[in-house]
Design a protein around this ligand. Structure first.
Ligand SMILES: Cc1cc2nc3c(=O)[nH]c(=O)nc-3n(C[C@H](O)[C@H](O)[C@H](O)COP(=O)(O)OP(=O)(O)OC[C@H]3O[C@@H](n4cnc5c(N)ncnc54)[C@H](O)[C@@H]3O)c2cc1C
Length: 499
C-alpha cells in the first residue's frame, strides 16, 4: 500500500505531541498517531501544575537556580536557561488557547512545591494536566490541517538513506498496518513507568519511544534517573493513584503499621524531606517490617481543608470507602517520572536526521539527576515548540520506505514476560539498588529478550509489542545504573553509599 504523506508526523497525543502539532500546522499538514484515545496520556493525569516565574517577586534566574539545585550538578545549564526563560510565554500560550488556571483576583494563583524557592506553580485545582490536555485537544480539533488517528499503534520508525522519514502503525480495530511518511517525525510517546510493579503512570506509559528510537540508532541517556513518588495509594481497586506531596505539606504524617511516625528515624525534615529521601525511608521501613505499605495520616487535619484543597483525592478515596477524616490511607512509593530518554539538542533534534523527540520520552538535559516538581509539563511544551520551528526547515521526502515484519507473541506469554520484568525491575532497579541486584536484573532482561525472540509468532496485538518496548527501555535503566559509579540525585546504589 502507498504511504500516507504528510509534512509532519507526530507520535503521541500528550502535551508534547499536540503542542508540536499545533505549531507545525502553521507550516504544513500534520498527522498525529496515538495508540489509545486522544486523551490517554500522562499529561491528562498530572495533578500539581506547571512551573513558571510569573510573580513580581520571582524571576527566571531563581527558577533556573532551583532547577539546577534539584538536578544535583548534572543538568545542562544551557537547556535549563532555555526552559526557564520561555516559561512565562508558554503559560500565556496555554491561556491564549483557552486554558483556565486558578486565579487570585486578576492574577494567577501560584502554588509552591518542594524545591521551589518561590510560589510559581500555575494550576487548575488538583487536575492541571486534565485542563491542559483538554485545551490542546480542543485547539487541535479546530485546525483543518491536523489529522489525528486514534487507536493507531506505532510499531517502527522508517528510515531511508540514514534519515527517519516516517513510521509504520497498526491502525484501528481491524489492525491494518499502514505507513506514514513526513519531512520530520516527532517522537512524543511519554514515559515508561509500566516497567515497575508500582507506578503513577497510566497504561500507555510503556517506553515505546525509547525502543522505537533505539531501534534506529538514536542515543538514549540518563535512564538510571528514575523518579519515585513517595505516596501513591496501595489499594487493589485503585492502583497508581497519586497522593500529592502537598498533603504532607498541609500537615499529613506518615506512620508504619504500628502507628509510629517512622521518619523520625530517617531525616530531621521528617515528612517534608525531599521526595527521594522520603521514598527511600518508606522503602526501608517496609523492608524492615516486611509490610506491603505504610500509612498517610490526615485524621488530625480539618476536613474542610482537605475537601477544599484536595477535592479529587477526597472524592476518589471516598469512592473506595476510605474516609480521610477517620482512616489512615495505605500508601507505597511508585515510579513516577523518567528523567532520562532519547537525547536531544535544544531544538528537539536527536542524533538521527529527521527524528525529533520532546516531552517525557526525551532527555533535553533539563532535569539532570533529578526533576524539579512541575518542570516536566513545561519542558514538554517549550521543547516541542522549539522542535516545530526547527522541523519546518526539513526538506521533502522522496523515498517510499518499506516496513519490516513486526515480531509479536501471544498475549498470555506477553503477560508472563511483563510480570517477570516488573518483579526484576522493582526488586533490583528501583529506589535502592546494588551492583549484584543490577547484574541480576540485566541477566533477567537478557533472558526475557531472548525468550521473546524464540516464542512463536502470533497475530498483532499491542500488549506484546509494549512488553518488548518495556524490556528494551528497562535495559537502558539497568545499564545506566551499572555504569554510574557515584550516588547522585535519584540514583542510589547502597554499595556506593558513604557510611
Ligand atoms: C499522576 C501524575 C502526576 C503528574 N503531575 C505532574 C505535575 O503536576 N506537573 C508536571 O509538570 N508534571 C507532572 N507529571 C508528569 C507529566 O504529566 C508528564 O511528564 C508529561 O505529561 C509528559 O507529556 P508527554 O506529552 O511527553 O507524554 P504523555 O502525556 O504521556 O503522552 C504520550 C502519548 O504517546 C502515546 N503513545 C505512546 N506510545 C505510542 C505508540 N507506540 N504509538 C502511538 N502512540 C503512542 C500515548 O498514548 C500518549 O498519547 C505527572 C505525571 C503523572 C503520571
Amino acid at each position: 500500500m502507498n504511504p500516507s504523506r504528510y509534512d509532519f508526523l507526530v507520535i503521541g497525543s500528550g502535551l508534547a505531541g499536540l503542542a508540536f502539532a499545533l505549531r507545525a500546522a502553521e507550516f504544513g499538514r500534520v498527522c498525529v498517531l496515538t495508540k489509545g484515545e486522544v486523551t490517554d496520556s500522562n499529561t491528562s493525569w498530572a495533578q500539581g501544575g506547571i512551573a513558571a516565574a510569573m510573580d513580581e517577586a520571582d524571576s527566571w534566574e531563581l527558577h533556573e537556580q532551583d532547577t539546577l539545585i534539584a538536578g544535583a550538578g548534572l543538568c545542562d545549564p544551557e537547556a535549563v536557561r532555555f526552559l526557564v526563560q520561555r516559561a512565562p510565554e508558554a503559560i500565556e500560550w496555554l491561556i491564549g488557547h483557552g486554558a483556565r488556571f486558578d486565579q487570585n483576583g486578576s492574577d494567577l494563583a501560584l502554588g509552591r512545591e518542594g524545591g521551589h524557592s518561590r510560589n510559581r506553580i500555575v494550576h487548575h485545582a488538583d487536575k492541571t494536566g486534565w485542563e491542559i490536555e483538554r485545551t490542546v485537544v480542543a485547539a487541535v480539533r479546530q485546525r483543518g490541517n491536523i489529522e489525528v488517528f486514534q487507536h493507531s499503534f506505532v510499531t517502527q520508525l522508517l528510515m531511508a538513506d540514514g534519515r527517519c522519514v516516517g513510521a509504520e502503525a497498526v491502525v484501528g480495530d481491524d489492525n491494518e498496518a499502514r505507513t506514514f511518511t513526513a519531512r520530520a517525525v516527532m517522537l512524543a510517546t511519554g514515559g515508561c513507568g509500566r516497567m515497575y510493579t508500582h507506578t503513577t503512570n497510566p497504561r500507555v506509559a510503556t517506553g515505546d519511544g525509547i525502543a522505537l528510537a533505539s531501534d534506529v540508532g538514536a542515543a538514549v541517556a540518563g535512564m538510571e534517573f528514575m523518579q519515585f513518588h513517595p505516596t501513591t495509594l496501595y489499594h487493589p481497586q485503585m492502583r497508581s493513584f497519586l497522593i500529592t506531596e502537598a498533603v504532607r505539606g498541609a500537615g499529613g504524617t506518615l506512620r508504619n503499621h504500628l502507628g509510629r511516625r517512622f521518619l523520625f528515624d530517617y531525616d530531621d525534615r521528617l515528612e517534608l524531606a525531599p521526595r527521594d529521601v522520603v521514598a527511600r525511608a518508606i522503602e526501608a521501613e517496609m523492608k524492615k517490617h516486611e509490610t506491603w505499605c505504610v500509612y498517610l495520616d490526615m485524621t488530625h487535619l480539618r476536613p474542610e481543608l482537605i475537601r477544599h484543597e484536595f477535592p479529587t483525592i477526597y472524592e476518589r478515596l471516598r469512592s473506595i470507602g476510605l474516609e480521610v477524616e477517620k482512616d489512615w490511607i495505605p500508601v507505597v512509593p511508585a515510579q513516577h517520572y523518567s528523567c532520562g530518554g532519547v537525547a536531544t539538542d535544544l531544538a528537539g533534534r536527536t542524533n538521527v536526521p529527521g527524528l525529533y523527540a520532546a516531552g517525557e520520552v526525551a532527555s533535553t538535559g533539563v532535569h539532570g539527576a533529578n526533576r524539579l516538581a512541575s518542570n516536566s509539563l513545561l519542558e514538554a511544551l517549550v521543547f516541542a515548540t522549539a522542535a516545530a520551528e526547527a522541523a519546518k526547515e526539513e526538506g521533502p521526502v522522496e523515498a517510499s520506505p518499506t516496513a519490516t515484519a513486526t515480531k509479536c507473541i501471544s498475549e498470555a506469554e506477553s503477560i508472563r514476560l511483563r510480570t517477570s520484568l516488573r518483579h526484576a525491575m522493582t526488586q533490583h532497579a528501583g529506589i535502592v539498588r546494588n551492583f549484584a541486584g543490577l547484574r541480576d536484573a540485566q541477566a533477567s532482561i537478557d533472558g526475557l529478550l531472548s525468550e521473546f525472540a524464540k516464542l512463536p509468532n502470533a497475530p498483532f496485538s499491542s500488549h506484546p509489542c509494549e512488553t518488548r518496548n518495556l524490556i528494551l527501555a528497562a535495559s537502558h535503566v539497568v545499564r545506566g545504573a551499572l555504569a554510574r559509579k557515584e550516588n547522585v540525585g535519584l540514583h542510589f546504589n547502597e554499595d556506593l553509599a558513604v557510611v
